[in-house]
Design a protein around this ligand. Structure first.
Ligand SMILES: C[S@@+](CC[C@H](N)C(=O)[O-])C[C@H]1O[C@@H](n2cnc3c(N)ncnc32)[C@H](O)[C@@H]1O
Ligand code: SF4
Length: 425
């Protein structure tokens, strides 16, 4: 692990102040469309399953998830290809020992799937992919206004036991500014209907650092979110991706400005304290849950678990192998129709790279066990690594108890910087 040390900055001015910036390690620019070592029989055992529905009714200004404008027939097109993709994995990989630990129907907008689509998908997961028992976490990610109360009743009975609702804000003007396609009332109605349908595991997404958002507005969002009594809250600091629509609008001053960095930090601290007082504890840089209600799927994306993703742009990991499904819809379709897995970019990690990934990304869950990760990657620390740890500890960003290393409160603010210090690429 050469040159880890060079990444540590002595000057706090240079610490990146973006606590929940999502990144991949090894970085995506290194992933390739070959070699094809991934395209072979894989044996799935304990793993998590993700389905990416890549369509939305409207495109929100801030979002860069793989999503396209919904059009007539889009969801049927998607589900038909998803079925073929599942066939391809059934033909090539082994699922006889498989046990799904969690299912996440996400997107885009997964709640655009019809009840029949959801029934069909779950039936296949149970029959062929190792989904067993009532207890396995099954989440439907939903945009307010996309499901009627009666649909939610049906979906709950099908076995979906967790619902994630993208509230974002409780202010219609703010929602409009973000180009959301729902109102605050629709958010409230969906939450009420979900509770009535028996969803007692309720996840709400909200965002801070939004254009025009004041501290007072954020405090109101936090209070109203708590009042809805969710079991899980994701509170995301807005990430403005350079060159994207939101970035351009902010540049052109066609949107009100964003709060400054100090205010954004205060927003995070305020929410963390209020959620904690309400019994929702932080378990990742942006996620809060009642004890025992942490999202298993969210954890799997950071904690070195295996996960299998279906749908354009969905990510998968099997041990040291990483890949994403082709993000280009025609290419995704063409590959599937010609009987190939729709693989896009992929990466085969060397043991050191795997260790770096699992340390860096694992810190998103605030804490890692170094011994465990070394064992899993099959390689050990270099001295330089310990030096990096020492410097970050001196800066007050990390702490340690035995083999457990964790982010301090300050470390959460500078989480991306800390994570990147543990990577050489
Ligand atoms: C796939 S979306 C959620 C489901 C549904 N499509 C919706 O919007 O209601 C996942 C979540 O990521 C968050 N998100 C999306 N883009 C973001 C950005 N640029 N910065 C911070 N959070 C973002 C939003 O809170 C959003 O609810
Ligand atoms: S509805 Fe959700 S996935 Fe779609 S553009 Fe908006 S935030 Fe992104």
């Amino acid at each position: 692990m050469e040159a880890l040390r060079e990444r540590v900055s002595d000057d706090h001015e240079y610490l990146r102040d973006d606590g929940a910036f999502v990144f991949h390690h090894p970085p995506k620019y290194l992933w390739e469309r070959s070699p094809d070592t991934i395209d072979r029989e894989l044996i799935w055992q304990d793993y998590h399953l993700y389905i990416h529905v890549p369509f939305c009714r409207k495109i929100c200004t801030f979002c860069t998830f793989e999503r396209r404008q919904l059009h007539r027939g889009a969801i049927d097109w998607f589900v038909e290809l998803l079925d073929r993709e599942m066939d391809l994995y059934q033909n090539q990989d082994r699922f006889d020992l498989a046990k799904i630990q969690s299912v996440y129907l996400g997107g885009g907008t997964a709640s655009l799937l019809s009840n029949d689509h959801i029934a069909h998908i779950l039936k296949r997961l149970r029959a062929e992919f190792g989904l067993r028992g009532e207890e396995t976490e099954i989440t439907l990610e939903s945009e307010p206004g996309t499901k009627k109360p009666a649909d939610l009743q049906v979906i709950r009975k099908l076995g979906v036991n967790r619902i994630s609702i993208g509230a974002q804000a409780f202010d219609d003007a703010q929602l409009k500014l973000l180009n959301r396609s729902h109102s605050v009332q629709q958010t409230l109605d969906m939450i009420t209907a979900a509770k009535q349908a028996g969803f007692d595991n309720l996840h709400i997404d909200v965002m801070y650092g939004l254009p025009g958002q004041t501290m007072a507005r954020w405090q109101e969002t936090v209070r109203r979110t708590i009042d809805l009594e969710p079991t899980h809250i994701s509170a995301y600091p807005l990430i403005v991706f350079p060159g994207e629509l939101l970035d351009r609008s902010l540049e052109k001053n066609t949107l009100p400005g964003r709060p400054d960095k100090e205010t954004i930090n205060e927003m995070r601290e305020y929410a963390t304290a209020e959620f904690k007082a309400a019994g929702l504890f932080r378990y990742s840089t942006a996620e809060f849950a009642r004890p025992g209600k942490e999202c298993r799927y969210v954890q799997s994306t950071w904690d070195s678990s295996d996960y299998l993703g279906f749908g354009p742009g969905a990510y998968s990991r099997h041990g040291h192998l990483l890949w994403e499904d082709d993000v280009i819809h025609p290419a995704y379709e063409r590959k599937i129709q010609s009987g190939e897995k729709p693989l896009g970019k992929r990466y085969e990690m060397a043991p050191e790279q795997q260790l770096q990934r699992d340390i860096a990304m694992g810190l998103c869950l605030l804490e890692i066990d170094i011994d465990e990760l070394q064992k899993k990657a099959g390689c050990v620390f270099e001295n330089e690594f310990l030096e990096t740890y020492g410097q970050l500890e001196e800066q007050g960003l990390l702490d340690r108890e035995g083999s457990r290393v964790f982010l301090t409160e300050k470390g959460v603010r500078y989480a991306t910087y800390v994570m990147k210090c543990f990577t050489t690429q």
